[in-house]
Write a protein that binds this ligand. Structure first.
Ligand SMILES: Cc1cc2nc3c(=O)[nH]c(=O)nc-3n(C[C@H](O)[C@H](O)[C@H](O)COP(=O)(O)OP(=O)(O)OC[C@H]3O[C@@H](n4cnc5c(N)ncnc54)[C@H](O)[C@@H]3O)c2cc1C
Length: 562
């Protein structure tokens, strides 16, 4: 690529005042949101490369963002999808109730996901606050621990011990990780300060689990405080199922305000990937006006991939309908464990160190159980207490988290009756939706005696466990202690200048090769890295006014641990 001088590439300089929250990832603080919004676009390809087919394996958000941007650049993405377009952004409805949408995967999005919101805005999709516990969007919250319930509108209504726990968390972050400096540097987009602070934290905490981080803090010397923290967490619910994970995963979420001010997409999250599939961008290179991904594919993506070989100067991809095609470049945007089962993947696609890092990827599990109700009955008042008959609920009982979506007083409501992760998810993985429903109702009857939830339910319960879904094998990656080196290998795989020629041209995307765990912004940014990689691989370049992640890589590269 043609490289302008360093000082021109490091745009824009740090802000003097804190801007809005941003998922400017401290490992690699590249401003993807600025990059995609810049009028110069993401780059240009040489004339002879225009119209070239590029394989995009996986039609989730990451694959669709990559394909959409490749199409805009004048390439011809060939999307392969084994299941449903949208992947883990899957929204379903019950027959006869089109407005009661169940988001089985991603459902709440922090405004700090600026790159993802760029695409939401492009498609004109509307969002509204998500009713997280104790947030203004939840009319009320019940915390039920050790068999006792506390009802609250805000955190201030909870007993003093909950405030102690909250203070302990704030102080621990400050004392152990200089969190206010970190957050301020991210909001000011002060890359130099971000790197100086974060690189130190990576070295300090790579081998430390979330639980060890808490337990070694004087603020959390009480087991009771750690236990409450594990159940109630710091925003969207309990975090104890994350306790075994690397604390770096948690610190990334905190310093980028990823756990704050969540919003949901009205009409369902799946509209984002599906919207990219049908959208007709106006700023297209090579293609005529009116071109969309759907039209380039004749309305359907190609079937799931069963084999990928490195052949000649590119890749040969075989799909489940025995279609075989070759491409000079390929983006793999399915959860990467699919490369080990279901797909016969040529060893030569990647260097051995990258295969090892893929094998070591740690995925969280997650289950959800939904029902649709005749109306948002939970807002009715209990005559004895004057309170809502049911509330957003966090509990140490089996449902763990109950979230209530109100679509209007006379409209069917949506109850996410149970949202669980890891061990809690495994406990229900072998149960049918009906069995889960019975068990959840038993548990909730102990918290809300006298509330007849079943009488309000219309239609069958809907359940999902992502670790048992064949094309996913897990909910989302979250690295274990000691995983930083693997994560670095995967997230920087798009930089192939030092790779042997026979290891170039195959790009990993998807949220599981990105830094911040469990959020769709990561699927988007990983896709954009892969787009930069493909453009570079095919002889293209970015505009000097709008350098891409690979152009500034050396200035902001993730720190190397010895
Ligand atoms: C339970 C849960 C809750 C979540 N909550 C949130 C949230 O609230 N907010 C948020 O921002 N993010 C959330 N996420 C994360 C978000 O859903 C993901 O980051 C994002 O959807 C990942 O997109 P992706 O394209 O990387 O992967 P995927 O969505 O997994 O897409 C990959 C696609 O590849 C396909 N595929 C697999 N194998 C093959 C094959 N052999 N050939 C072709 N195609 C194949 C799959 O069918 C799939 O469609 C959540 C995820 C889960 C599971």
């Amino acid at each position: 690529m043609i490289m302008p001088p360093v000082e021109e590439r490091l745009r824009p300089g740090p802000r003097t005042e804190a801007g809005p929250a941003s998922m400017l990832c401290p490992d690699f603080p590249f401003a993807y949101d600025d990059w995609v919004k810049h009028p110069a676009g993401l780059g240009r390809l040489p004339e002879h490369a225009l119209g070239t087919e590029v394989a995009v394996i996986g039609g989730g958000l990451s694959g669709l963002v990559a394909a959409y941007e490749l199409m805009k650049l004048g390439l011809k993405p060939a999307i392969y999808e084994a299941g449903h377009l949208g992947g883990r952004m899957r929204s379903v409805t019950l027959e006869g109730h089109p407005d009661a949408v169940l988001d089985l995967g991603a459902m709440r999005f922090p405004p700090s996901s600026g790159t993802m919101f760029h695409y939401l805005d492009k498609l004109g999709l509307q969002t509204t606050p998500f009713p997280n516990p104790l947030s203004a969007a939840s009319p009320s919250t019940v915390i039920n621990l050790h068999g006792r319930s506390h009802w609250a509108r805000t955190a201030a209504d909870l007993p003093a011990v909950y405030r102690e726990v909250n203070d302990a968390w704030t102080k621990t972050l400050q004392e152990q990780a200089d969190m206010s400096l970190m957050t301020d540097a991210i909001r000011r987009r002060d890359t130099a300060t971000i790197k100086a602070l974060w690189n130190h934290l990576v070295a300090k905490f790579d081998t430390v689990s979330f639980h060890e981080f808490l337990a070694s803090s004087p603020q959390f010397c009480s087991f009771e405080h750690r236990e409450i923290f594990g159940q109630v967490g710091f925003g969207c619910g309990g975090w104890d199922t994350d306790f075994p994970n690397s604390v770096l995963e948690i610190l990334r979420v905190v310093c980028t305000d990823t756990d704050d001010e969540h919003r949901r997409v009205l009409g369902g999250a799946q509209q984002l990937p599906l919207g990219l599939w049908t959208h007709e961008p106006t700023d297209l290179a090579h293609w005529p006006a009116g071109t969309s991904l759907a039209k380039l594919h004749g309305g359907e993506p190609r079937p799931g991939v069963v084999r990928i070989d490195r052949t000649g100067r590119g890749f040969t991809v075989e799909d489940s309908a025995r279609g075989v095609r070759s491409y000079p470049a390929a983006i793999f945007a399915a959860q990467n464990w699919n490369l080990f089962s279901g797909i016969k993947a040529d060893e030569n696609l990647l260097p051995q160190a990258t295969w090892t890092a893929l094998e070591r990827t740690h995925y969280m599990g997650a289950s959800k159980l939904f029902v649709v109700t005749d109306r948002p009955f939970w807002l009715e008042k209990d005559p004895a207490t004057g309170r809502d008959v049911m509330s957003t609920t966090l509990t140490d009982r089996f449902p763990r988290g109950v979230y209530l979506i109100d679509n209007g007083p006379d409209e069917p409501g949506v109850m996410l009756l149970s949202y669980t992760w890891n061990d809690d998810s495994l406990k229900v993985a072998s149960l049918t939706a009906e069995q889960r429903f019975d068990a959840v109702l038993d548990a909730l009857a102990k918290i809300y005696p006298g509330v007849d939830i079943r009488s309000h339910v219309i239609g069958p319960p809907v359940a999902v466990t992502w670790e048992t879904q064949p094309h996913f094998k897990g909910a989302f990656k979250s690295c274990l202690p000691g995983g930083y080196r693997y994560q670095r290998r995967l997230s920087t795989q798009f930089m192939q200048r030092d790779a042997a020629p026979h290891h170039r041209g195959f790009f990993l995307a998807g949220d599981d090769v990105a830094w911040i765990a469990g959020f769709s912004e990561s699927a988007v940014t990983a896709a954009l890295n892969a787009v930069w990689g493909v453009v570079d691989h095919l002889g293209g370049a970015t505009h000097p006014d709008n350098p891409g992640p690979g152009d500034v890589f050396d200035e902001i590269a993730p720190v190397c641990l010895d």
